[in-house]
Design a protein around this ligand. Structure first.
Ligand code: ADP
Length: 897
């Protein structure tokens, strides 16, 4: 195909590339080249300049063939033309200098300079106008400009350096951005009112994990969040940090921001732009990328276009962060493509195209979200996903010590946590840890017993805040405290619920007024001012934390006498059914009608689930006294019944989804995430008869809850409910974050487990000690799998005891831990007096020859062992010959790895 034919064939595509997106830059660049190659004569070029944009691409250019590679031109004017593409780039950062020279040599008048520097032009366009003007002025002006260029070349030794080197205006902007980001990230909002803590004082590292393609997890440090470890897709630039509500995502991002602002981390990033998705929800205008950056972060005082051009030219030096994608009203979609940085589009289009990399490819993006909001369509664009799993046990101690400057007080709080494993398990979630630590006085002096549920914990924080503002002496909040503050609670509740339903998390003063919230209500401290870089003309508020908004919403559902009778049922319904009901009642003022619809439910489901958990807790019999003056008993009981019925129905739906067992296989149920949620709601009710009734209907032999985000809190709830199962079950919890504290929480249901699978769960020797102490007494407990935890020789003595004392134990799998020859010797001791074990897995430890010899020796008399794995243990010839003897003597061993 000839070139003209080729062009004709691709005309539509060429038009889209040259004129699409509203930017003149692509076409101007092509025109520069065509002029330089003399494909286009000057008159043609001038006529194109006055045509409307969309017609430009339809032109047939003057001369037939390009004069590429001709001899150098002999006049200065022609040289400027031939070098035009290069000159546009070279002069872009030095327009002022060039104009100055042309002005002082009288080649240009002030008016000429003004024409060039019209603010509507980008720096590249300004250079083109300058070159056009010089050509018009003639040979002397062209020579002057060439001389100027020569001089600046010699004073600037490496032009490549200059390309990357930011101009003074860019440096100035960086300084401004750094100081705004530092100011914004200096304190945590949950400590905002007190003024006692800076982020530095209180920040405690959370547990960060990344999973590679094969499901192996690695622990990361903060600096690795945007590092190479765990990369799944090299073509993508979006890093996701995912974690449940309150796990510390926003705080982690804030720490990244602060460290960048101080040049202590991300030092290769020149500009960092922080965004909050909940605040972007409130932006209803269409914006260009430039407006988004400058309006929502900070505005350059000088050289806006130049700074923006720098950003466009150096994507590798720029980082965007988006906090709380799960709170963005619209679910992610990649249906609408947009790549033009100067065209104004709705915010979702801008955001989604940035995340995909269609717009500003190469800019790193760090996004935080709850896992539920990250669907397959977004996953395609993720470079990697980092899981934030809250505090480790050591992290909890560290946090408490940071919070209490008085070491004696810190010790008391830590001791009270150690003494109460339910509370300790809650503290793995930083936001709960914050409440528990903050409310230590109420906690240590509490007469109502130690908190057991998250509802208890949030009631504590409620009391704490009201106490702070009360005139009564410390620690004495009258029994009727809720009744006293009922009006405030209801108003906050109404605001919380109506806005949750509309995925709205930021409120104007007007909205507060509409609900009747007064200054005094606000001063209680549950609402805080939005911390925002962008310039807005009115104050905006948000709840201290999203979980607190859910708590108030739950209070409203429980206490509001006018709520419609099906409100509770709707809350517990699956999300697709929920939508229609909710959208009928949603607040008009919060909803953007253009986005409310099919995709909007993504954001509210997890929040409504947390709300449902609090509703269950508040309607529990335990809080009857607290609520009795605020809500007629009959209404409370009716609502409690509705909750119980909803939970039971929800469970039934799950049980019905259990497939019939394949012949020869166990009847097995792979739980869905909402199964864990329902279990947590049942736990909040703290009513054993409800747990018992629900579980009586579950008939499975194997319950699979792998990759379900199960931490210590979930373990508490699981054990509370599963202990009522009628028949023994295999409980598979592989690939969660159970940890030692979670293991302890599981003990109440151990008697009903014939097998326990805890692969990859951060469990250490201490967890095993407690587990086996109980396990030894559980007749049915026969199998355990602990592949890939943190076990050492310190746990093997406990297994030895188990093997000695439990002559029906069948399977012990300890692969990929840190067991050495010493540990193997301990195990051998137990094995020598055991006559039941059939499977022993030690793959990937370090037992060596000595360990293999000890095991082989101990197993020689076994009449039950079928399977043994010692792969990758550094076993040499001595070990092998001991194992050879074992093979020759054993009558049962079928497989040796
Ligand atoms: P998320 O964004 O996951 O909902 P946040 O970052 O808002 O969670 O955390 C909620 C609260 O928990 C914070 O306001 C803070 O008080 C506490 N917190 C979270 N992470 C940390 C941390 N790493 N160090 C200290 N406190 C933290």
């Amino acid at each position: 195909m000839s070139t003209p034919q080729l062009i004709l064939k691709q005309r539509a595509e060429l038009l889209a590339v040259l004129c699409g997106g509203g930017s003149a830059e692509p076409l101007d660049c092509v025109l520069d080249l065509l002029l330089a190659w003399e494909v286009l004569v000057w008159e043609d070029y001038l006529s194109i300049q006055v045509l409307p944009e969309e017609q430009k691409a339809g032109l047939c250019f003057g001369e037939e063939c390009a004069v590429v590679g001709k001899n150098r031109p002999d006049t200065a004017t022609l040289t400027l033309l031939a070098d035009r593409p290069v000159l546009v780039r070279k002069l872009r950062d030095n327009i002022d200098g060039a104009l100055n020279v042309l002005l002082t040599t009288d080649c240009f008048t002030i008016k000429d300079c003004d024409v060039v520097q019209l603010p509507v032009y980008t720096p590249s366009q300004q250079v083109r106008r300058l070159l056009d003007q010089v050509r018009f002025k003639g040979e002397t002006a062209a020579k002057t400009l060439l001389q100027f260029l020569e001089q600046t070349e010699t004073t600037r030794p490496n032009p490549e350096d200059k390309e990357n080197h930011p101009s003074a205006n860019c440096m100035l902007y960086q300084k401004k951005l750094r100081s705004s980001v530092a100011a914004q990230s200096h304190t945590l909002s949950t400590y905002g009112g007190t003024g006692h803590f800076s982020l530095d004082d209180i920040y405690t590292d959370g547990l960060l994990e990344v999973m590679d393609g094969s499901g192996e997890t690695t622990t990361l440090g903060l600096e690795d969040v945007v590092g190479p470890v765990g990369t799944l897709n090299d073509d993508a630039d979006t890093f996701l940090v995912s974690g449940e509500a309150g796990s510390g995502k926003s705080t982690l991002l804030q720490r990244l921001h602060l460290l960048w602002a101080r040049e202590a981390l991300l030092t290769n990033i020149f500009l960092l732009f922080p965004f909050s998705c909940r605040k972007l929800n409130a932006e209803h205008r269409e914006l260009s990328l430039k407006e988004l950056l400058f309006l929502h972060c900070c505005w350059p005082d000088r050289g806006q276009d130049e700074v923006f051009q720098f950003i466009l030219d150096h994507p590798n030096l720029v980082l965007f962060t988006f906090d709380g994608l799960d709170e963005f009203k619209q679910g992610f979609t990649d249906e609408e493509r947009h790549c033009c940085p100067t065209k104004q589009v709705p915010i979702p289009v801008l955001l989604f195209n940035l995340l995909q990399g269609t717009l500003m490819k190469g800019v790193m993006k760090v996004v935080t979200s709850r896992p539920q909001a990250v669907g397959p369509s977004l996953k395609r664009y993720l470079r990697k996903e980092v899981l934030l799993k809250g505090f480790s046990p050591g992290g909890i101690d560290c946090f408490v010590k940071k919070h209490h400057s008085d070491p004696a007080m810190a010790r008391r709080v830590i001791e009270s946590l150690q003494a109460n494993s339910v509370l300790l398990s809650l503290c793995h979630i930083p936001v709960f840890c914050w409440i528990v630590t903050k409310c230590h006085q109420e906690l240590l002096g509490s007469q109502d017993g130690i908190p057991q549920t998250i509802t208890d914990v949030y009631l504590l924080v409620l009391q704490h805040f009201f106490q702070r503002k009360s005139y009564q002496p410390q620690g004495v909040l009258g029994k009727a405290w809720l009744e006293e503050h009922l009006d405030t609670v209801l108003k906050l509740g109404q605001l919380a619920l109506e806005s949750l339903e509309a995925s709205c998390y930021v409120f104007s003063g007007y909205e507060l007024q509409r609900i009747g919230l007064t200054e005094q209500d606000v001063s209680m401290g549950f609402l805080i001012y939005c911390n925002d870089l962008s310039v807005t003309d009115c104050k905006r508020y948000e709840f201290l934390h999203i979980t607190l908004q859910c708590f108030f919403a739950a209070f409203y559902l429980v206490l509001n006498r006018n709520s419609d009778r099906s409100a509770i049922y709707r809350l517990f319904q699956p999300k697709n059914k929920q939508l229609s009901g909710l959208s009928q009642r949603c607040l008009g003022h919060c909803i953007d009608s253009s986005v409310e619809g099919v995709k909007s439910h993504v954001t509210e489901t997890p929040n409504l689930q947390i709300t449902a958990q609090f509703v269950s807790g508040l309607l529990s019999q335990r809080h009857h006294n607290l609520l009795q003056e605020c809500c007629p008993t009959a209404v409370r009981e009716r609502k409690a019944k509705q909750v119980v019925k909803s939970l039971s129905k929800g469970m039934q739906r799950h049980f019905k989804s259990i497939p019939r067992p394949v012949e020869g296989e166990k009847k097995s149920m792979h739980a869905m995430p909402s199964f864990v949620w329902l279990i947590k709601c049942i736990y909040e009710m703290q009513d054993s008869s409800i747990a018992q009734d629900t579980m009586a209907k579950l008939d499975v032999e194997h319950l699979k809850l792998t990759y379900c985000n199960i931490g210590p809190v979930e373990c508490t709830a699981l054990a509370y409910v599963l202990k009522y199962l009628r028949n023994p079950v295999g409980l598979q919890l592989d690939n969660n974050s159970v940890g030692d504290v979670g293991v302890e929480q599981l003990l109440p249901c151990l008697h009903i487990c014939h097998s326990l699978y805890l692969r990859n769960n951060n469990i250490s020797d201490e967890g095993i000690r407690k587990l086996l102490e109980k396990g030894m007494k559980c007749e049915r407990f026969q199998k355990i799998a602990l592949f890939n935890n943190n076990l050492t020789d310190a746990c093997t003595q406990h297994f030895a005891w188990l093997l000695k004392s439990k002559q029906n134990f069948l399977s012990l799998r300890l692969g990929n831990n840190n067991i050495t020859s010493q540990g193997a010797e301990q195990l051998a001791e137990g094995l020598s007096s055991n006559q039941s074990l059939q499977f022993l897995g030690l793959w990937g430890n370090k037992i060596g020859d000595r360990g293999a010899e000890a095991l082989a020796d101990a197993l020689r008399n076994s009449t039950t062992l079928i399977w043994l794995s010692l792969v990758d243990n550094g076993v040499g010839s001595a070990g092998a010959s001991a194992l050879a003897k074992l093979i020759s003597q054993s009558k049962t061993l079928e497989e040796l790895w």
